[in-house]
Design a protein around this ligand. Structure first.
Ligand code: SAM
Length: 227
């Protein structure tokens, strides 16, 4: 079975929406992929199943639904949030998704031909955006694990790259599993978020997710390079 959606290819030359065929997500099959990858690389995979549609809705609800926003997705995995971003924006966003896992990047390209899927490390985000001429982003949706926030030696912390490119009215969302929220790396991640955004709201737990999670919704970025 195929699903036809109305993704819009972001291309200056193409301005009208066009239909694309998307290989449908199967949560069961994707959970199998996650379990296998979790056994191989628990630190980067960081989950035993893709996020649920309920968590995806909570992560993407704060995004602008009107206009043609620029959305950057970090760690899209098998596309739980990718799908939700496309639906929320009616396929009208410029959507750049950065994924480390080659197989998942390829799967995402197949499922969402209208999304600019970058096979790469978020630690290279500044270059990835500069290469595309992106200087202002309306929303960043992150499914990243803690480890992805550790900068490479001499590299810039990811939060500063994000706040430097996020529009003053922009929003950043990140989830955290409720049962590991009090572990030191998770506390550091939240403290870091509060240091880089003037406004951080924590959602109620989303119980319909394996495991349950909360969403951090961060606004009013405090950029280091723009004053
Ligand atoms: C917890 S999974 C979340 C996947 C998906 N967003 C979801 O919620 O179902 C973390 C994802 O981040 C990706 N990832 C981890 N480190 C990364 C990095 N440094 N750069 C890009 N992606 C990374 C992993 O490959 C994986 O797809």
């Amino acid at each position: 079975m195929t699903i036809v959606t109305c993704d819009r290819m972001w291309n200056a030359a193409i301005t009208e929406p066009h239909p694309v065929t998307v290989r449908p997500m199967s949560r069961l099959a994707d959970t199998g992929l996650f379990l296998r990858e979790f056994v191989k690389d628990p630190l980067h995979t960081a989950a035993v199943a893709p996020s649920s549609p309920t968590l995806a809705a909570a992560m993407t609800g704060p995004l602008p639904a009107a206009g043609e926003p620029v959305v950057v997705e970090l760690g899209p995995g098998t596309g739980a949030f990718t799908e939700a971003i496309q639906r929320h924006t009616g396929g009208r966003c410029r959507h750049i998704a950065v994924e480390l896992h080659p197989g998942w990047a390829e799967l995402l390209r197949e499922r969402h031909p209208g999304v600019d899927v970058v096979l790469g490390d978020v630690r290279d985000l500044a270059t990835i955006l500069a290469d595309r001429g992106v200087t202002s982003v309306d929303a960043v949706v992150s499914g990243l694990p803690w480890v992805a926030y550790v900068p490479s030696p001499g590299g810039r912390p990811l939060h500063t790259v994000i706040t430097d490119v996020l529009a003053p009215t922009g929003v950043f969302t990140q989830f955290a599993y409720t049962w590991t929220r009090w572990a030191p790396p998770a506390r550091r991640q939240l403290a870091d978020l509060r240091a880089h955004f003037a406004d951080v709201v924590i959602s109620r737990p989303v119980w319909r997710n394996l495991p349950p999670a909360v969403v951090y919704e961060a606004r009013k970025p405090q950029p280091t390079s723009r004053t």
